[in-house]
Write a new protein. Structure first.
Length: 337
């Protein structure tokens, strides 16, 4: 829980996790009707919403006797969960070993290593069942390291519980129960599912909208119950979408999905940073892009109170979406945006 700065020293960096601010958006949404707010998860000490699940899951494992001093924490990650786990592991006396998707930026990988994590970089352009996928590499690492716990965020209901217990209640309180829409990227599904479950219990009329990437199977699966392999292709947005169905995604709490593409999401991230002064990551741009697409459908009205979850900090994308040379290399052209 976040400790106010005027209360003096804190015992650990992990005491600052949660109680992130809700920031009213202005310039980036000036053409929309309604009120719009960013749940700024980059304000966590590890700069992402993944701090919440790292602390929550590790504390649960400790209470169950699964983690003891000298144990190893193992996880698959696109970067943010790994950083959060590494941070908590340092404070709790654990080793952290991570299987990282090669889509993760160099910035993220360097930060993981700076946090004393052992990093295995795995290819992104392979199916989930491939032995070199980061899912299967993590399973291998679990066998290799004795006295270890595999966090398994994609298939761990504690991922959902963490947000049901913290993020959802924070949003409800910060909006005084006036929230009408929650828009959040969907990767593991823990954030949107935990928040969605809590908010739907408070008011079933609240619309929970997931943001998916082109190249991912989540939207179609939500609509049809089927995985379409023809939908799966490489995309650049990190931490959004999936080529499998995580059990941490509780589709019953999600009203609909909106798909966004790489280029628009990248430029929307830049728009947030240079118009709102909030230095956001790639998925935040995807969330804003989805909001634009919804506004074009007349989803919102003057009474709408819309909360956008901005899940991480722009510092992890310096060599990607905030690099003009990287953007040019991807063929992104602002004139076509």
């Amino acid at each position: 829980m976040r400790i106010p700065s005027n209360n003096g020293p804190i015992d650990s960096i992990t005491d600052l996790i949660g109680q992130t601010p809700l920031i009213k958006l202005s310039q980036s949404v000036k053409s929309f009707t309604g009120s719009y707010y960013a749940k700024w998860e980059g304000a966590n000490p590890g700069h992402s919403t993944k701090d919440r699940i790292a602390l929550y899951i590790i504390e649960k494992a400790e209470k169950r006797g699964l983690l003891k001093p000298g144990s190893t924490v193992i996880e698959t990650t696109s970067g943010n969960t790994g950083f959060s786990l590494a941070m908590v592991a340092i404070k709790r006396g654990y080793r952290c070993v991570l299987a990282v998707n090669s889509k993760a930026s160099e910035d993220k990988i360097n930060m993981l290593r700076a946090m004393n994590a052992l990093v295995w970089v795995c290819p992104a352009k392979v199916p989930a069942e491939d032995p070199n996928s980061y899912y299967n590499v993590a399973k291998y690492l679990k066998k290799r390291y004795k006295n270890s716990v595999y966090i398994n965020q994609y298939f761990n209901d504690l991922n959902v519980e963490a947000h049901y217990a913290t993020t959802g209640p924070e949003i409800w309180k910060q909006t005084s129960g006036k929230i009408t829409h929650l828009i959040a990227s969907s990767g593991t599904g823990g954030t949107i599912s935990g928040c969605g479950k809590y908010l739907k219990e408070k008011n079933p009329k609240i619309k929970i909208i997931g943001v998916d990437a082109y190249g991912s199977v989540l939207k179609k699966y939500h609509e049809t119950g089927e995985i379409d392999p023809n939908e799966i292709h490489f995309y650049r947005i990190e931490g959004m979408g999936k080529n499998l169905i995580p059990t941490a995604t509780k589709f019953e709490y999600i009203d609909r999905y909106v798909k966004v593409n790489d280029e628009n999401s990248a430029y929307r991230s830049r728009q947030i940073s240079n118009s709102e002064g909030i230095f956001v990551g790639y998925t935040s741009g995807g969330v804003l892009q989805a909001t634009y697409q919804l506004a074009e459908e007349n989803e919102f009205d003057a009474k709408s109170c819309v909360v956008l979850i901005f899940p991480d900090h722009g510092s992890r994308y310096i060599t990607r979406i905030y690099s003009n040379s990287w953007m040019k290399a991807q063929g992104f052209n602002k004139s076509s945006y």
